[in-house]
Design a protein. Structure first.
Ligand code: G16
Ligand code: MG
Length: 208
């Protein structure tokens, strides 16, 4: 079988970073936790629950499991509201060309995202019916940097890990793909030194 491509969602297909930031910032300010764009970078690619743990490392007090659950829910509510602003025009440069070329070559394509909002995001940007498989943080117990999301995507594509290329913008995603035994293409400044097999600043400049 031909090779397969597994695309990360946030940061590769569409840039939702700033929406995540705005939503977490609202929670952080209210809880008097120092939080800025730089700390937001630490949350890239990891699950919502893990993101909250990282954010609360600088909190002036401790939180119960119930309080954390509520904070994560509130963040998601704010985030989902902001996602309403997304349109197909937000698809990142190079993405549609990659998808078209993969289809022309008969390669199977999947989404492998930590985000439990994946279906909503794909709907907003008009790519709901584009991929052969979509695997998200809702489908697995362990999110990135664990390999589970990518392994399940490969399984659903009917591909072996060694046939899969993973395209990722986050260090946690590169670690996850390597742990899955897959080849990696790092995209963007945050994975320039993450040990990806190939790297480019944008997907438009990346080559398979
Ligand atoms: C994305 C983002 C992360 C976010 C995670 C969970 O992962 O990069 O910052 O924390 O999803 O998102 P949600 O709160 O929507 O479930 P990916 O893997 O698509 O880059
Ligand atoms: Mg990402």
């Amino acid at each position: 079988m031909n090779e397969a491509i597994i695309f990360d969602l946030d940061g590769v297909i569409v840039s939702t970073d700033h929406y995540h930031y705005r939503a977490w910032k609202e929670i952080a300010d209210r809880e008097h936790v120092p939080f800025d764009e730089e700390r937001n970078g630490l949350l890239r690619g990891v699950s919502r629950e893990k993101s909250l743990e990282i954010l609360l490392e600088l909190a002036p007090r401790t939180y119960s499991a119930e309080e954390k659950k509520q904070l994560a829910e509130e963040k998601n509510k704010i985030y989902r509201q902001l996602l309403q602003e997304l349109t197909p025009a937000d698809i990142l440069p190079g993405v549609l060309t990659w998808i078209d070329e993969a289809k022309e070559k008969g390669l199977r394509i999947a989404i492998g995202s930590s985000s439990k909002n994946t279906d909503f995001i794909l709907e907003r940007i008009g790519l709901s019916d584009t991929f052969d498989a979509v695997v998200t943080g809702a489908d697995v117990e362990h999110s990135k940097p664990a390999p589970d999301i990518f392994l399940l995507a490969a399984e659903r594509l009917g591909a072996g890990p060694e046939q899969c290329w993973v395209i990722e913008d986050a260090p946690a995603g590169i670690v996850a793909a390597k742990a899955a035994g897959m080849k990696t293409i790092g995209v963007g400044e945050f994975v320039q030194n993450s040990g990806a097999d190939r790297w480019a600043l944008t997907l438009g400049e990346a080559k398979l």
